[in-house]
Write a protein that binds this ligand. Structure first.
Ligand SMILES: [Zn+2]
Length: 501
């Protein structure tokens, strides 16, 4: 390199580096060359094409949303804006048993697949075709993908309300093998859902074994998050033990008023059942959930808001009680008239939410639903809310720990090599935010609000948010499963620690 050429493509000066490992913040400049972090240190005199003053800002690794439903949203910058604007640079799609691929359905889609995208967007008959599309052009964010058990049941079964036959299990196992070979990071299940509920433990184990044989994970939306939550967690651990897959317990919660406080019981269960099993959990920072409109969820909630309704979009954002009153309908009739539909359910206790999030093996996942017309605010706010509300304002954990839950822990669990740390040689996925101002702004009544305090976001060394003029803002890549090439055990995790909440 001649002396006249700049040494770096980008230098971020005077920032406070929160490097993702959990170590305390420290002052350093960050030099980027191409798509990689070239140096972290003093770069006072270094030449660079672009130089940014990050005085007063935190420089952190781009956040990883381990629980995303952006299977279709990742094809456009605009539909990734909810994620980029809160600092997310990588997403794991295909959660809860519902993946966009492999499925090309004829006619209507059963719930909850219909909350992922319109039927016409399910256009990938094989998982490798989906991967081809993800690799065809740069994406707004980096994408790792799970293959969904529910999707495979709808694809392969005559009657997916039942247990699968041996032949149907064999067909699904082959689909899992094909998805893993194409680069999936694992299998997701949504045993609480009608399309999945008919599956017994043996069926899940057979599919999870196929994923584990390719070193894939098993991500479980467990069978029951209400009264039967403990048995459902036990079943998930049993699936992991028998299949030898790394287990991720998705969006951990205890729902329904009778179960408030049972997070303590679940954490004891994690330690007992998970003593010999590699596993982690994810959670989002809200005491309300969101999924398909279902009478059972309605009956167990304090309040219900409509997120979308095919026949009655004019009611989106209204409460079910208001709609019933306006229509002069019994609740059951209102629910029937609104279908197909999705809703937001106030069915958790804040202390449980705080406890799960504070647990040292808990990653942050938004569970955001980008296809919803009146989405749960977690779509736009989850990551900023953990930083602002939970870490800074309530002091539940340090800023460095909050960032670790969104970066290095997640990258380690999902085998995302070279992501999740501000460190020499890592990919330059970076977020610059103001630690005094970072805050979610999305609310239940006004959910499409970008978070405050997020200043800039870089994906693979290029600015992706705010969108620079004359640029696509799409610098993301498909992240293929890397199997056992990467460590899967979260490092230095003190199993005995239970948060004091
Ligand atoms: Zn789920």
């Amino acid at each position: 390199m001649s002396a006249s050429q700049p040494t770096f493509d980008l230098v971020i000066r005077h920032g406070m580096v929160v490097d993702g490992s959990g170590r305390p913040p420290y002052r350093a400049d960050v030099g980027v060359r191409g798509d990689r972090i070239a140096t972290v240190g003093r770069l006072d005199l270094a030449e660079s094409v672009v130089s940014l003053d990050a005085g007063g800002l935190v420089v952190a690794p781009g956040f990883i949303d381990v629980h995303a439903h952006d299977d279709e949203a990742v094809f456009q910058w605009a539909t990734c804006q909810p994620k980029l604007s809160q600092g997310v640079t990588s997403v794991v799609v295909g959660n809860c048993g519902i993946s966009l691929a492999p499925l090309s359905p004829k006619g209507e889609l059963p719930a909850p697949l219909n909350s992922l995208a319109d039927p016409g967007r399910f256009r990938f008959a094989t998982f490798s075709k989906y991967v081809d599309a993800l690799q065809a052009d740069p994406l707004p964010v980096n994408v790792a993908a799970l293959v969904g058990h529910g999707t495979l049941r709808v694809r392969n079964m005559e009657d997916f309300s039942q247990a699968a036959t041996a032949a149907e299990i064999q067909a699904m196992v082959q689909d899992v093998q094909a998805a893993m070979a194409a680069g999936a990071v694992g299998l997701s299940c949504g045993l609480a859902y009608p399309i999945n509920r008919g599956a017994d433990t043996d069926e899940v184990v057979a599919l999870a074994q196929a994923a584990a044989a390719h070193h894939g994970l098993l991500c479980m939306h467990i069978r029951n998050e209400f009264d039967g939550v403990a048995d459902a967690v036990r079943e998930a651990f049993q699936c992991a033990r028998r299949s030898r897959a790394f287990l991720v317990l998705s969006h951990q919660k205890v729902a329904g008023q009778a179960n408030f406080g049972r997070s303590l019981e679940l954490m004891d269960l994690y330690l007992r059942e998970g003593a010999d099993i590699p596993f982690a959990i994810d959670a989002y920072p809200y005491a309300a959930g969101s999924t398909m409109l279902d009478p059972f969820y309605v009956a167990n909630s304090r309040q219900v808001l409509l997120a979308w309704s095919k026949p009655h979009p004019e009611m989106n954002g209204r409460s079910l009680d208001q709609i019933s009153a306006e229509w002069g309908c019994a609740q059951a009739d209102t629910i029937r008239r609104l279908q197909p539909a999705g809703a937001i359910y106030f069915d958790m206790d804040e202390a449980d939410v705080s406890r799960f999030l504070s647990w040292n093996r808990c990653m942050v996942g938004s569970d955001g639903l980008p296809h919803d017309e009146h989405p749960h605010p977690r779509l736009y706010g989850a990551f900023a809310r953990v930083l602002g509300e939970y870490a800074r304002d309530r002091g539940l954990f340090s800023l460095a720990e909050a960032v670790r839950k969104m970066t290095s822990l997640s990258a380690s669990v999902f085998g995302l090599v070279g992501r999740g740390l501000v460190q020499e040689g890592c990919f330059a996925d970076l977020v610059l935010f103001d630690p005094t101002r970072v805050q979610d702004r999305a609310t239940y009544t006004n959910p499409r609000q970008e978070s405050g305090g997020i200043e800039r976001v870089f994906v693979n060394g290029r600015q992706a948010w705010p969108l620079p003029p004359d640029q696509s803002g799409c610098w993301g890549r498909f992240l293929a499963g890397r199997g056992m090439l990467t460590p899967r055990h979260p490092e230095k995790v003190e199993d005995s620690v239970r948060p004091e909440i």
